[in-house]
Each structure stands twice: as C-alpha cells, then as structure tokens.
Design a protein around this ligand. Sequence first.
Ligand SMILES: Nc1ncnc2c1ncn2[C@@H]1O[C@H](COP(=O)(O)OP(=O)(O)O)[C@@H](O)[C@H]1O
Ligand SMILES: [Mg+2]
Length: 365
Amino acid sequence: MPSTTDIKKNQLEFEGDEWAPANNHFKTNPNVNRFKKKNKDKGHSFVKIQNKLIALANKKVEGILGQGSFGVVKLGQDKDGNKYAVKVEGKKDIDEQSHEYRAMKLLNFYHGTMKRNLGAPKKYLKETTDVKTYTLLELQEGVEFSKVLVGLNNTQKLICAIACCQAIKQLHLKRIIHCDIKPENFVAKVENNDITIKAVDFGFSLILPNNQNYIIDGWAGTPGYIAPEIDSENKFSFSSDIYALGIMFKKDLGLPAYLYSNLIHQNPSARCCSLDDVIHALTIELNKPESSKIAASTTKTAASITTQATSTAKKAPSITASFKQAANTPIQADGNTQAAGAKWNLNDVLKYATPFFYKPFLGIR
Ligand SMILES: Nc1ncnc2c1ncn2[C@@H]1O[C@H](COP(=O)(O)OP(=O)(O)O)[C@@H](O)[C@H]1O
Ligand SMILES: [Mg+2]
C-alpha cells in the first residue's frame, strides 16, 4: 500500500509548460473536469475543481500524501504555486448537510469538490463505484503521524501528546467531535523538538448541538480506539474522543500509565474530560529533569517548546485529583497496564484495527 513514506517531494516539478495543454483541454471540452497525463512515469494530471485548475502529484514522481480506507490523498498545486491536499474517493458527492462537510467548513479545511463520472463501475479501494469525488482540502504539512511514531524519543513523544491534545481542543471548541482519533488521522511535522500536529479526516465527525453533551449516531470509528459507550449505546461525545486519545497515548506513544489511565476509564462520567488537565499533566512530565522523565530520555528539551507548553499549563487552573497526585509521584513506563474495568484485551482488538463503517443504514451521512 502506498504511504506517506512514498512522498519524494512536496513540490510538484513540471516538465516544461504543462499548464498550456491542460488549459486548452478544459477550454475545448468545457464539460470535462480531468486532463489525464499521457505517461505514467512523468508529467501530471489536472483537475478542474470549482473553476480552479489543479495539478495532481504523479504517484511515481512525487508519491502520495496518504491513503485511508476511503480515499487516496494527493498533493495538488495551482498555477500560482498554492498547495492543497486532494482527497480522491469513490463516493457519490459531497453532502452539504453532512456533519463532515459542516465540520470541514467550520475549520476552513474545505476548498471545493468535483465529481467525475467513470462511465462504468470500477473497483476503487474497498468499493465498486462509477464516480469519483475530488475534494480540495487545506494541506497539512508533514507526514502521517503513524509513520513518525517509531523514531520519536521520550521528549518528542510528550510534545506530540501535547500537540495532539491541542489539535483536538481546537475541534472541541468548535463543537466538533472527531470520532476517529488515531495516529493515521493526524499529520505531524517533526523537526527535532519543533513539532506541529494537525488533525485530518472528518469523515466520521459529528457536530454537537449547543444544548447537548452527547449525540447518538451510527456506530463508527476504528476498533480498538472506540469508547465503550459507543459500542454499547452509540453515544458520541468529547469524552469519547478523549478515550481514543488515551488509547493512542497508551498503545501508540507508550506513555506511562498515569498519563492515560484516567482518559480510558470505561465509565465516561469518571473519565477525565478536560484536555487542559491532560496538557497540564503532560507539561509537568515534559518539564521534569531528563534523568527522571519517562524512561530517562537523554534528549534535551528545546526551549521554545518548553516555553509554549509551560504557558499552556499556566492557563489550566484545575487539575483532576489523579493528575495532581501523579505529578508528584515518580512514574514508570508502563505501556501495557490495562485500564480498570476494561472489558476486552486491547492487544487482540488492535490486531484488527481497521476503520469500520456502519452508518449508511441510518442514511444520515
Ligand atoms: N489535508 C491533508 N493534508 C495532508 N495529508 C493528508 C490530509 N488529509 C489526509 N491526509 C493523509 O491522507 C491519509 C488518508 O486520508 P483520510 O482523510 O484519513 O482518508 P480516509 O477517510 O480514507 O481514512 C491520512 O491518513 C493522511 O496521511
Ligand atoms: Mg483516515
């Protein structure tokens, strides 16, 4: 499967003037919205998305940004050099009433869409489809977070954890529940300890009405990251996102148990529900002397990140009891501690951790 590691360049390199023939093609065929490259090994295909001409990365030359279960995401570039992410999916069309569309609009993540009829049904990823949609998205620079996890030192892991909290906090402030938090749905730019992390993929997202603190919807998410109340009652909330985040801290980042155990509490009302509290606890860990930090990392902390994280912590006045206590307690790296009351074995579930979609029956999105 192609992956972000396939990305060779994050800038399209054109062979002579590729724009003139593309322009001509669209002018002479006003109802056509794709200009296909002639040669697989060089040049670029072009798409017309809401009258904007976009050159698409050539898989063989520049690679792709990423691939999920539903879409392949390519780097796209307009004539002025502005860059985008273009998600190509086998779905019918974008539904402007959908939570996904509304979430993307709220985040200024969405720049337009184009539907292309294939003429006949064709297999695309897991589906058979006779149309493809091309969605022009804000480009989040970096690589898929899942691809950088292995090389992170302990300081970087803590900074990443803080950055993930901040990314989710931005969504929650706009009342967006992401509903599919996992490393594949974050894009990370890691330059030593300067780390930026952005959330992507709002395909399962829900917008929580102002007067509600949860929403019942069709079961969705990625097994292993799905909160128990979604499994049992299809109840989605900010807290169910926090549960998935806690699983990520445990399984993917391997943080010490005290930093995630309160996030993956099986009972949502006993679960930590404040991302500020989580950021605060992570920041305390980050600011500990290197010799006592997680598994005694030897990496130095960059001043800029420490400053940023400290100032965030100052803004968080309340710390939950467990975090307050934990901050004063020596910690041990323990990526395998099972949360109290956990009803399944995560190791087994995670083996099958592929996205699962069940919503069409409800006809909502
Ligand atoms: N806006 C973006 N900027 C950069 N990379 C992206 C962007 N959106 C998605 N990606 C990459 O493409 C992958 C697949 O996109 P995603 O929206 O998650 O598809 P799916 O719905 O099929 O899971 C992501 O895991 C990520 O690596
Ligand atoms: Mg995804």
